[in-house]
Design a protein around this ligand. Structure first.
Ligand code: GAR
Length: 219
């Protein structure tokens, strides 16, 4: 089986990265993880990637004077590995239009909300403040609009009356770990594409994101 070459970008803990590594190691995801790259040298996820025998690299944003220069350096680091897909997994940087265009159709992100609701940061706290009964996570193709690219797949979780931002984040993270390998698996199988500004699955444009039922999201 041909494995899809991917590069994963992280900024911190890397639990989504770990979920992808684990599925690949179990032979459940046909990807060749060429490298994990972080903008922060102290990202804990780098240690987990190294422990799994994956190449790691740091492109430190503090060593670059402009966003454009940083993204150019990041692009050079990524392109050495010739990925067919670049996976943003908690990569907490706004990307320049030039960077996004370079990877158009092969750059995906996971975001902790039911997009288009709650783009940006602090989504769990904002979900609580908005008083919504459902929250969740989305995987989307990245476009020049922040958190605005076509959504591929989502999973919902209930918001409980006694939730804090932390308890809600934990519940959402659990479904993220199922969502992201699912979307990457579709891409690796040649079922998922970006075309005409839309996400296509099995040769059909997705009018709505696929909704994934994650069994344990109730807890
Ligand atoms: C995840 O919840 C991810 O959805 C979010 O950061 C967390 C990273 O966790 N991403 C964003 O907010 C992107 N704007 P992880 O490092 O354990 O995967």
């Amino acid at each position: 089986m041909n494995k899809l070459p991917i590069v994963i970008l992280i900024s911190g803990r890397g639990s989504n990265m770990q979920a992808i590594l684990d599925q690949a190691a179990r032979g459940e995801l046909a990807v060749d993880i060429r490298a994990v790259i972080s903008n922060r040298p102290d990202a804990p996820g780098l240690d987990s990637a190294r422990a799994a025998g994956i190449h790691t690299a740091v492109v430190d944003h503090r060593e670059h004077s402009s966003r454009a220069e940083y993204d150019q350096a990041l692009q050079s680091a990524i392109d050495q590995y010739q990925p067919a897909l670049v996976v943003l997994a908690g990569f907490m940087r706004i990307l320049t239009p030039a960077f996004v265009r370079h990877y158009q159709g092969r750059l995906i992100n996971i975001h902790p909300s039911l997009l288009p609701a709650l783009r940006g940061l602090n989504t769990h706290q904002r979900a609580l403040e908005a008083g919504v009964s459902e929250h969740g996570a989305s995987v989307h193709f990245v476009t020049e609009e922040l958190d605005g690219g076509p959504v591929i797949v989502q999973a919902r979780v209930p918001v409980q009356p006694d939730d804090t931002a932390d308890t809600l984040a934990t519940r959402v993270l659990r479904v993220e770990h199922q969502l992201y390998p699912t979307a990457i698996g579709w891409f690796a199988a040649g079922r998922l594409h970006y075309r005409d500004g839309a996400a296509w699955l099995d040769e059909r444009p997705l009018i709505q994101p696929v909704r994934l039922d994650c069994g344990d999201a109730e807890t």
